[in-house]
Write a protein that binds this ligand. Structure first.
Ligand SMILES: Cc1cc2nc3c(=O)[nH]c(=O)nc-3n(C[C@H](O)[C@H](O)[C@H](O)COP(=O)(O)OP(=O)(O)OC[C@H]3O[C@@H](n4cnc5c(N)ncnc54)[C@H](O)[C@@H]3O)c2cc1C
Length: 389
């Protein structure tokens, strides 16, 4: 391959490793994002609103529950699911977060741990975007230690009564159905809670400086009476929500690449046209070194995601591998976004250029679904066989 053929955003030709179907998926999501989402996103970020008007289009693309076979879902392979996340997050982490929560956290929970009746009742409607889900695990006293849940579920005849609260819940105030994780006399269990039930309330968190185009809420459950068939029968103990989180973290490892690519693309264009000291900024040695370093980190993250996808497809993916990739790729994107912001100078603090928006979003991405520290401890446990949590 000659130098002229190198794609600066894909130096190791990941696209050349994809099947026709994977490329088709990537291209159709990229087209939708460019035509429908990109024109809205800056305004949504500024207005602190999630673009709900995009939900039917996302559903038509088949990205909701894309990895699930049957139930009107697309049944796409692991690489296609990753590419969907990459293309969505190229626009904004909020779009990928919406799809991750709907697909990897909620639909996966129902598919993996629900009854046949629950799968039939919810999955086709969630794939069509007619029902929106949220995933309530985190509580105010500490998200990094989810085993320590204070939200309680107690039996009342055949029914259950739920009490407690959840915080930082993506899609929380727009959700029709909430997957709520609670402590019961038999340990941790998951429930599918209709958000219209008496005693359920969601309050949108209004003052975020990150993921401003995402809906985030606090959930309050006060004597919420749910029927026995709201219980996810196969979700017993912490392994159930952790399995959902692993699915979502896989998507984050891919999504972060899209955010980093958009930042690098923006800054390559800018530094070519910005003239300082009589030459283009891009023709300056120290600037090229910084750009090359971004390409190095991006390329390593892309190769990591590709191998992660292959392992997932082969059914061999280990949680520590997902932890390392989520940690590495979110950190990679955050560092690139910050360096790109700096290379834009004062213009970099304006949302007219995407890096500051990606940078602010990625502060959440590096924190949610397990902070960097928590993933480092997971990798440390895999290396040593000793848990330091
Ligand atoms: C925008 C956004 C959306 C979110 N969406 C959801 C959602 O949809 N559903 C959901 O359930 N949750 C969601 N979360 C919550 C998220 O998963 C938690 O914020 C995250 O797990 C961290 O928990 P915490 O905020 O309570 O921080 P804490 O757990 O209080 O951690 C604080 C700091 O202590 C560090 N720390 C923790 N334990 C250790 C240790 N053992 N050793 C050293 N350092 C440690 C952490 O790394 C961190 O730096 C969301 C969060 C954000 C910001």
């Amino acid at each position: 391959m000659s130098q002229d053929e190198l794609d600066p955003l894909d130096l190791f030709a990941i696209r050349g490793c994809l099947t026709d179907e994977e490329r088709l998926t990537q291209d159709s999501v990229a087209r939708f994002v460019a035509a429908e989402a990109a024109p809205l996103i800056r305004e949504c970020f500024e207005q602190h609103r999630f673009p709900q008007e995009l939900i039917p289009g996302l559903a038509n693309l088949g990205v909701l529950g894309a990895g699930i076979q049957g139930y009107d879902c697309a049944g796409l392979n692991a690489l296609s699911q990753g590419l969907i996340c990459q293309e969505l997050e190229r626009c904004d982490s909020a779009l990928r977060s919406f799809v991750s929560v709907q697909s990897s956290l909620c639909m996966h929970a129902i598919h993996a741990f629900g009854s046949d009746a629950q799968r039939l009742q919810y999955l086709p409607r969630m794939a069509r975007g007619e029902l929106i889900g949220c995933f309530g695990l985190t509580e105010a006293h500490g998200g990094s230690d989810p085993a320590n849940l204070r939200t309680q579920g107690r039996r009342q005849g055949d029914d259950w009564v739920l009490n407690g609260s959840k915080i930082w819940i993506t899609n929380g105030s727009i959700a029709d159905i909430a997957v709520i994780w609670v402590n019961t006399a038999q340990g941790m269990r998951g429930f599918l809670v209709d958000t219209r039930l008496s005693g359920f309330a969601a309050t949108k968190i209004e003052n975020k400086m990150s993921l401003r185009a995402s809906d985030t809420a606090a959930l309050f459950l006060t004597d919420v009476l749910v029927p026995a068939d709201a219980l996810l029968p196969a979700a017993e103990g912490l392994r159930a929500p952790l399995s959902c989180l692993n699915q979502a973290r896989y998507g984050i490892a891919w999504g972060a690449i899209g955010a980093a690519q958009d930042c690098l693309h923006t800054v390559l264009e800018y530094t070519r046209s910005r003239e300082l000291f009589g030459r283009a900024l891009a023709a300056t040695q120290s600037v090229q070194i910084r750009l090359a370093d971004m390409a190095r980190r991006l390329s390593a993250a892309q190769l990591l995601a590709l191998q992660l996808g292959r392992l997932k497809e082969a059914g061999q993916l280990q949680p520590a591998q997902v932890s390392l990739a989520k940690w590495n790729n979110a950190r990679m994107a955050l560092d690139i976004a910050r360096d790109c912001r700096d290379l834009l100078g004062a213009a970099g603090i304006s949302v007219e250029f995407s890096p500051i928006r990606h940078l602010l979003n990625l502060e959440s991405v590096v924190t949610y679904e397990g902070t960097q520290t928590i993933h480092q401890l997971s990798v440390g446990r895999a290396l040593t066989g000793l848990s330091a949590f």
